[in-house]
Write a protein that binds this ligand. Structure first.
Ligand code: HEM
Ligand code: SF4
Ligand code: SF4
Length: 383
């Protein structure tokens, strides 16, 4: 396409440059009923899965319809969202912290006709464009990352694993029949962009092979001390290497029995790549939460050490996730999050009930704090 200038002058890059203006103020985008009743809400009710009403002190009502969003969306899809917002919501719409889309309106009639319209919209392949749900004790949207769409450090894909999981969880999305809400999150490497470390169930990309070292280029591409300092287990040390042509170059050596494949060195140093088709896959974690309800927030714990990347639908992974959700759903008490349930029944019972194999990989061996994760009591149950 022929070049079309925005008015920016590359010969005078700093001329007419606007900077540090920050985001637009959110109040510019309030629907009128929200602007009017801000700070005066009395109570709310979930009318049905995906539909919430908030009632204000003066009696004003606000109906919200929550729709699943795929997060990675085209401009045409966003335009369709705008078209719906124009039709029913005076042009207003919002996105949630889990990347769902919420349409808000001030009467029940408008909300219900919008609901029918939303559910009638489908992709050519058959998927709902705007599935309604994600409220209350349900499985809402999966917080996820870039994967093979855009990042250079992933060990798995984000959008693919998430679509496969939500298809299996769809019944839990559009119903509110769990003991408590269940958050699933996904990160494609253990940088853990997002919420995997604090979710009820977490999908995590994992490597199983140490990095390769591009000795010819490493000293040209990398600040070698940074790569050395990137390693949590001190597996990397500086080394002089002789190339086939006899030149001596500065490089690194990796003590492979100390490497646990985190990939941090590659993040620091492009000459230490480690992605591998067979080696890479998925770790599942469970039992995290961020709210303070009843007990304190928890980290999620590793419960499955490895599941291969089975492109494009990850059937083993989705089967294990579904099993965990089903067993939790049948066994936990009302209001009990997955981690609270696992801690009450004991993790040995969690593994037994979910039929998960307990392998040595799950036993913490990282520095002094590992000790506190072992059992220093005779309290346990036979499984
Ligand atoms: C019906 C009789 C008894 C009852 C109901 C009873 C109950 C208990 C209870 C509830 C504990 C606390 C356990 C815990 O918090 O983990 C305890 C601890 C203990 N009891 Fe008893 N007990 C009885 C008899 C005895 C007798 C006869 C002895 C000694 C001869 C004894 C020695 C101890 C000791 C040393 C502890 C501390 C154990 C520890 O902290 O590891 N108890 N008992
Ligand atoms: S989790 Fe890792 S691979 Fe995924 S987007 Fe973040 S840094 Fe990239
Ligand atoms: S992958 Fe992680 S553990 Fe292995 S050498 Fe690199 S930084 Fe160290």
């Amino acid at each position: 396409m022929a070049f079309i200038s925005s008015g920016y002058n590359p010969d005078k890059p700093m001329e007419n440059r606007i900077t540090d203006i920050g985001p637009r103020h959110y109040a510019e985008f309030y629907p009128p009923v929200i602007k009017k009743n801000k700070g005066k809400w009395l109570y709310h009710e979930i009318l049905e899965p995906g539909i919430i009403v908030h009632v204000a002190e003066g009696g004003d009502e606000l109906y919200t319809i929550r729709c699943g969003g795929c997060r990675l969306m085209s401009v045409s899809h966003i335009r369709e969202i705008m078209e719906i917002a124009d039709k029913y919501c005076d042009g207003y719409v919002r996105w949630t912290t889990r990347n769902n889309v919420e349409f808000m309106t001030d009467t029940k009639e408008k909300a219900m006709s919008m609901k029918d319209d939303l559910l009638a919209r489908k992709q050519p392949g058959g998927c709902y464009k705007f599935p309604i749900g994600g409220t209350g004790a349900s499985v809402t949207n999966i917080v996820h990352t870039q994967g093979w769409i855009h990042c250079h450090t992933p060990a798995t894909d984000a959008s693919g694993t998430v679509k496969a999981t939500m298809d299996v969880m769809f019944d839990q999305w559009e119903n509110m029949k769990l003991p408590a809400k269940l958050r699933i999150s996904m990160a494609c490497c253990l940088n853990m962009c997002g919420a995997v470390h604090c979710s009820d169930i977490a999908i995590l990309g994992y490597h199983r092979k140490p990095p390769m070292i591009d000795t010819e280029y490493i000293d040209k591409m990398c600040e070698i001390p940074l790569a050395i300092a990137a390693c949590p287990t001190a597996a990397i040390r500086p080394a002089k290497v002789e190339l086939p042509d006899g030149t001596k170059v500065n490089s690194v050596a990796v003590k492979e029995e100390r490497c646990m494949f985190c990939g941090n060195c590659y993040t620091m140093c492009p000459s230490m790549p480690l992605a591998d088709t067979e080696g890479d896959g998925i770790v599942l974690m469970a039992g995290g939460k961020i709210s303070n309800r009843i007990d304190a927030p928890k980290f999620s714990k590793v419960v499955v050490a490895f599941i291969p990347n089975e492109v494009p639908r990850w059937p083993t992974m989705t089967t294990v996730i579904k099993k965990m959700v089903d067993v939790y759903s049948a066994d936990a008490n009302k209001y009990e999050r997955l981690g609270q349930w696992a801690e009450r029944i004991g993790w040995e019972k969690f593994f037994e009930k979910c039929e998960l194999e307990f392998t040595h990989h799950l036993i913490d061996d990282f520095r002094d704090p590992a000790y506190y994760t072992w059992r220093q009591t005779t309290n346990f149950k036979f499984t």
